[in-house]
Ligand binder design. Structure first.
Ligand code: SF4
Length: 231
């Protein structure tokens, strides 16, 4: 039986646990990065809005041709709602997504000189841009420390015991205490890579997980199993 590691065990502080998770996942996923196809902040903003309730792979299939055809906010506005819907309809929620993209493009033209603002608060003012999208764009396009909490980050952080919050906002605040500020953006990618490749929602691959000795969920599952063994 393996010895329980000191780093990240429940006896350690949260920041020690955070550092251990960060280092272990950095070894397992040295190339963790944003998987949404983009070449500039505007394309990343479009792709992130399109990614709501949809996988990155599906978004990339659509944006490959969309980005080849449309380059500027004016291009999207000239295309219009119906034609834009047609191009993104495989992604679901296409009516609202097209509406938000057009409103966002309009706002960029009217208030931001056609440029995506490099500022978290300004990003959040754009139509269709919530906290998660603003964090993704701020960190990936502009290098601003931010920690976006999507479904994978939310699930993995709670399973590991890094956070207990019941909403993405609460988990984000907890994770910002757990990880060093300079690690926020990378920690976001590491937790997503881990959630997609090992700690899947339905079937987590605990036997091959580099964090198995430091995971609250796994520890609780083991305790439950032991309790079922008759003495
Ligand atoms: S041990 Fe299992 S539940 Fe815990 S982080 Fe690893 S894969 Fe997820």
């Amino acid at each position: 039986m393996r010895d329980k590691q000191n780093h990240g065990s429940k006896e350690g502080s949260k920041s020690e646990q955070g550092l251990h998770v960060y280092e272990a996942l950095s070894v397992r996923f040295p190339d963790a990065h944003c998987e949404l196809l983009h070449h500039n902040p505007f394309e990343l903003l479009i792709a992130t809005i399109l990614s709501a309730q949809c996988t990155d792979d599906r978004v990339n299939m659509v944006t490959r041709s969309l980005f080849a055809e449309l380059k500027t906010p004016e291009d999207y506005l000239a295309l219009g709602q119906e034609a834009l819907q047609e191009r993104i309809k495989s992604l679901g929620l296409f009516h609202n997504k097209a509406k938000n993209l057009l409103a966002m493009c309009q706002r960029l033209l009217e208030d931001y000189g056609r440029e995506v603002p490099a500022d978290l608060e300004e990003l959040r003012k754009l139509p269709g841009v919530g906290r998660k999208t603003a964090n993704v764009v701020a960190s990936n396009a502009f290098g601003i420390p931010a920690l976006a909490v999507d479904t994978h980050v939310f699930r993995v952080a709670r399973r590991l015991g890094l956070a207990q919050g019941s909403t993405p906002e609460k988990v984000e605040e907890e994770l910002k205490q757990v990880f060093a500020r300079e690690h926020w953006s990378k920690a976001h990618h590491l937790l997503i890579f881990h959630g997609r490749r090992i700690c899947a929602a339905r079937k987590p691959q605990c036997p091959v997980c580099p964090l198995v000795d430091n995971c609250r969920e796994h520890e609780q599952a083991m305790e439950k199993n032991l309790a079922l063994i008759p003495e």
